[in-house]
Design a protein around this ligand. Structure first.
Ligand code: GCW
Length: 665
């Protein structure tokens, strides 16, 4: 039985014997030069291990090619490939995997394995690729006590109390999985950071993990608590302009680099949700970020400063807060600073318009932060494939420099010619045997890494790739599962928050419906009260007659979204308070469209169950049963969402369900 531990690196024997033979003919040996760096050695080992599975034979690793029919790993300067790109091609009878650096060769080795794993032909192979984004990170929200904030796959995989002595073999498996999809940086600890990670004791632990990551081309970064100089440094203040504070951070940074010479840098959540920050001293985010950049000095490290901020007592529209605090600071950040922005303006909802900061800070490289752990998307219980969500954001047009200035091009630096670029995924990884709790959560980790490397890949192609590597190669099953995955996020949106509804989930837990939470205990929410249902209609008026958050976008975006007739229905209630009886551009009244979406969304979960049932013969029995069981919960909870929301909103709309829908029994 498949317990899911091997993720997409399963390397099951190639079933088709003639195909296997073809591969074998081209895999008589693997060559890596004598002087191979640790990363290049990793590439050789990974190839050998993968081929052992795929071909059922041990391929020898040599230091020189023995004629034809082998795989040659090589490093050769090639400006076209950049730092991390690769080329895989046939040259004089050998398959040559070339990187401009050893990292490139490692990624090339994984690309070749993927090629064969998904059953592609040997002949005329020509794979050339380089990443579009430089810093491709996973952010863990893991705490020193082993809990994971918003984690639904068990506890943290980092065993801080055992480190640095005990090196759990799982750390290496984690590194392999990340390297195989191109992730080159990780932050082990929560952005709600404990100062403890900066102590000498913990630096040794982090350094031990960094040693495991290094041969896989992965650098380690750290979330830092702004108040660390006070909390662990014995200082009276953490004011970024205080000379003592500055000296403390410089010394601490030097100490980190002594323990971890290739340390990647800092991630900071400051003055957000109660975390300390430079504003505690009347300074701004740039003062704080630049101080850390200065502490990094000559070291090769960066600062990723998060823009996820809102005030507990603000009575404005939270949608606008990050923009209001950060946009005026554009041009004020030091060169090593990137500002990390969530995909949407509120908080990882099932569907959000793109964050208005994208395109609005041309002088600052912006890191796109997406969430792989399904905080608002059904935890590890609901099957929701996230690549479509990530792509929707990446492909949104900011119009910052005219049409085609997509979020993807802002983030990869092409719109404003930035030399550094970054993307971060909040990890969905935990100590569960299968890493992600829901087996399909693996597809979210996988597709995130692949999109971070190349955001032009389609969610459909990635779903197919992952399915073939992880679940089955049976063609009918592959297409059924690919279709199921690709539609799953839209289905989730329909039965939870259709038409641009947002933030109506259970308070604190963020699970299940709670649209009646209008008289919240939280002062920052009562003023916001996101769905704004009343006798007239539904939705948050963010046009000029409302909060005017729409004004934060480029005129072309404002024009489209500002008019309910041209606003895509999927974003409608994000920006408009729409009368219940108004006919939408879908042809239905708001009430009928809303209820139809809730009902068809819930019905679609049954469709998902049927699709999954069909692929049973092609899937490992244990894994199949696991997903089927989770789908049963999802089906029950889709009805819960549907009925809770429809019945609640009905108390305002005072309208019956359209006759085509069956009322809840
Ligand atoms: O989505 C919210 C979560 C918090 C999280 C915060 C953030 C790490 O509910 O748990 O804290 O976002 O992104 O900082």
């Amino acid at each position: 039985a498949d317990d899911g531990y091997r993720l997409w690196l399963k390397y099951d024997l190639v079933r088709d014997a003639s195909q296997r033979k073809e591969y074998q003919k081209q895999a008589k040996f693997i060559t890596i030069p004598n002087s191979a760096s640790p990363i290049l050695q990793t590439a050789g080992r990974e190839l050998q291990q993968g081929l052992l599975g795929l071909l059922g034979q041990q391929v020898p690793v040599l230091s020189e090619s023995k004629g034809k029919g082998g795989i040659v790993l090589a490093v050769a300067a090639n400006p076209e490939l950049g730092e991390e790109g690769y080329r895989v091609s046939t040259q004089s009878g050998n398959l040559v995997v070339t990187g401009a650096t050893d990292k490139g060769a490692l990624y090339g080795a994984f690309a070749l394995l993927r090629h064969w794993q998904t059953g592609q032909p040997v002949a005329n192979v020509n794979l050339t690729s380089k990443p579009r984004i430089e810093y491709r990170l996973l952010n863990h929200w893991d705490n020193p006590n082993g809990t994971v904030e918003r984690g639904y796959a068990g506890s943290s995989i980092w065993k801080w109390q055992e480190l640095p002595e005990v090196i759990d073999p799982r750390y290496r498996d984690y590194a392999r999985a990340n390297a195989s999809i191109g992730i080159n940086g990780v932050v082990f600890n929560n952005v709600n950071a404990s100062a403890r990670f900066l102590t000498a004791e913990y630096l040794q632990k982090v350094a031990a993990l960094a040693n495991v990551m290094r041969p896989y081309g992965i650098r380690v970064y750290m979330s830092v608590l702004w108040a660390a100089p006070k909390v662990i440094g014995g200082l009276q203040t953490s004011d970024p302009l205080d000379p003592q504070v500055r000296r403390w951070w410089t010394a601490k940074t030097d100490e980190i680099y002594k323990a971890i010479p290739d340390f990647g840098g800092f991630l900071v959540k400051a003055n957000s949700e109660g975390e300390p920050g430079p504003q505690d001293y009347g300074r701004n985010h740039a003062d704080g970020a630049n101080m850390l950049a200065e502490a990094l000095g000559q070291h090769d490290g960066i600062v990723m400063w998060r823009a996820f901020v809102y005030k507990a007592n603000s009575n404005g529209d939270r949608f606008k807060e990050a923009y209001q605090e950060f946009q005026p600071l554009d041009g004020k950040f030091a060169p090593k600073v990137l500002v990390q922005v969530k995909n949407g303006p509120i908080d990882f909802q099932a569907r959000e318009p793109f964050h208005p900061l994208f395109g609005a800070m041309p002088k600052t490289p912006l890191v796109l932060e997406v969430q792989l752990t399904q905080e608002y998307l059904g935890f590890a219980t609901h099957l929701v494939y996230l690549a479509p969500l990530i792509k929707e954001c990446l492909e949104s047009d900011t119009y910052a420099k005219g049409p085609g200035s997509t979020v993807a091009k802002v983030v990869d630096g092409t719109v404003d010619q930035h030399t550094i670029s970054g993307i971060a995924g909040v990890a969905n990884i935990g100590s569960d045997r299968n890493w992600t709790g829901h087996p399909v959560g693996q597809a979210n980790w996988y597709s995130y890494g692949r999109l971070a490397w190349d955001h032009t890949l389609t969610s459909q192609a990635l779903a197919e790739e992952w399915t073939k590597m992880t679940l089955t190669q049976e063609p009918k099953a592959v297409s059924t599962i690919t279709d199921l995955l690709t539609k799953s996020r839209d289905i989730y949106v329909r039965y939870t928050t259709p038409l641009g509804l947002h933030h109506i989930m259970g308070q604190s837990i963020h699970y299940g419906p709670e649209p009646w939470l209008e008289k919240s205990a939280r002062p920052d929410w009562t003023s916001i009260y996101y769905h704004k249902a009343d006798a007239v209609g539904l939705g948050f008026n963010r046009t000029a007659t409302g909060s005017n958050a729409l004004a934060l976008y480029a005129p072309q975006v404002q024009k489209q979204w500002g008019n309910p007739a041209t606003c895509p229905p999927d974003y409608l209630l994000w920006f408009h308070h729409v009368p219940w009886t108004q006919t939408l551009n879908t042809g239905k009244t708001l009430w009928n469209e809303l209820t139809t979406r809730y009902y068809s969304g819930a019905d679609s979960v049954q469709w998902m169950q049927q699709q999954w049932a069909q692929v049973q013969p092609a899937i490992d029995a244990e894994l199949h049963a696991d997903v089927a069981a989770r789908l049963r919960i999802q089906q029950r909870e889709a009805l819960w969402w549907r009925d809770a929301c429809v019945l609640y909103f009905q108390t305002y709309s005072k309208q019956p369900l359209p006759p085509t829908l069956t009322p809840p029994t």
